[in-house]
Design a protein around this ligand. Structure first.
Ligand SMILES: *Cc1c(COP(=O)(O)O)cnc(C)c1O
Length: 384
């Protein structure tokens, strides 16, 4: 109790307010209004307009990705990414149990099923040893080199790790397991824009990667997302799929497959261009906030989640690890009652009704963390 009150005092001090403190709020102190107004005055607010292309180009430059496709949200980007990786009806896609539900929903949209793997203590993202053990136990490579589930002969068609709270998973280790089992790696980098794995931007290592610009992410377009890839043919396919699969023609409506209307509107892209101009500033502020939390937690004997040793994290959401579930519950109750917004980590996806029948490996670390992790207010606006 004493610690929780001190935590609240510390957070109020940093955010300089006696009012409600949200978990994460956006910051619009750049050219947001000017660019958005520009789209309205030009009448190009929807799927055609100069900001979309500009936003995509700037995202490619920022992340070091060869190709970028902006989409209407991160979930649509994930759905597109999995289709590009070759995920089809009745396949299995391996992901982590500790993730936001969108990761699993995108798998389901492809008609595939998730299989849940444990996470690593250091990153809170997919654990390479757990992945390897799961595949040894449940998978085989057939004569064509396809990875199959032993029991049902279903194809395991992709591996989809997620960079939890912005902390990169161990991509070298995961990639080496994926290569051994001929699995394309798809990165859910929705939370990790600006985070680097050994100097490389998250989302650019896998065959395809995904970003999100939802209102609670490190930067926002209102709603939005992006698909990143280094393969030109996947970029072309992705662009086609996300624009209703329309075949270019001066006036005829020809669509050569079932496509999606997933393109990011120009209005949202304008907001994105303005936000991207400030992203480095946001990251500096968030890393500053994280080090303040780390110092406080150290002085109080509380465990604070630090970036993995191989990474530079954007520290999108700060997290402390309580010593027990009782302590976690107490922190959540007291802080929220006093207007300081904190949240537990997600319930494990395999315990959610739609995914309760899914295949899973040993999930002991995920379960241990589920009972202890609390997210703390993390807005960059703390230092405005
Ligand atoms: C935010 C998020 C997404 C995508 O969310 P959208 O709201 O659709 O942009 C996907 N996966 C994870 C892990 C996320 O945190």
């Amino acid at each position: 109790m004493r610690e929780t009150n001190q935590l609240i005092e510390f957070i109020r001090d940093i955010f300089h307010t006696h009012d409600f403190i949200p978990l994460h709020e956006p910051s619009f102190s750049g050219h947001e209004k000017a660019y958005v107004l520009d789209t309205i005055e030009s009448t190009f607010v929807s799927s055609v307009g100069a900001y979309v292309g500009q936003f995509e180009e700037q995202l490619s430059t920022y992340t070091g990705s060869d190709f970028t496709i902006a989409t209407m949200n991160g979930t649509a980007a994930l759905h597109t990414a999995l289709l590009l990786a070759g995920v089809r009806q009745n396949d299995i896609v391996i992901t982590q149990a500790l993730t936001f539900v969108a990761t699993c929903n995108a798998i389901h949209y492809c008609g595939a099923e998730p299989a849940f793997i444990d996470v690593a203590r250091e990153s809170l993202g997919m654990c390479p040893e757990a992945l390897s053990q799961f595949l040894e136990e449940y998978a085989i490579l057939d004569d064509h080199g396809d990875c199959l589930l032993k029991e049902t002969r279903q194809k395991i068609s992709a591996c989809l790790p997620m960079h939890t709270f912005g902390h990169p998973v161990d991509l070298d280790e995961l990639e080496s397991v994926c290569q051994r089992w001929h699995l394309p790696l798809v990165e859910d980098a929705a939370e990790s824009l600006g985070s680097l794995y050994k100097g490389q931007h998250t989302g650019t290592r896998g065959l395809v990667g995904v970003l999100s610009f939802n209102g609670n992410k490190i930067m926002t377009t209102g709603g939005g997302g992006a698909v990143l890839t280094q393969r030109e043919e996947l970029f072309n396919q992705g662009k086609h799929l996300t624009t209703t699969a329309k075949v270019p023609h001066p006036f005829e409506y020809v669509h050569d497959q079932v496509g999606y209307n997933y393109r990011l509107p120009n209005l949202n892209a304008a907001l994105g261009v303005a936000q991207l101009e400030q992203l480095d500033e946001f990251i500096i502020k968030k890393r500053h906030l994280a080090s303040a939390y780390a110092a406080f937690c150290e002085s109080e004997g509380i465990e604070f989640l630090q970036e993995p040793h191989y990474a530079r994290s954007n520290y999108w959401l700060n997290a402390m690890i309580c010593s027990s579930m009782d302590e976690r519950n107490q922190v959540l109750e007291v802080t929220n009652k006093q207007g300081v917004m904190t949240r537990p980590i997600w319930k494990l996806a395999c315990d959610l009704q739609p995914y309760s029948q899914a295949l899973r490996g040993d999930l002991s670390m995920s379960r241990w963390l589920e009972r202890r992790v609390v997210n703390l207010p993390s807005s960059a606006t703390a230092y405005e």
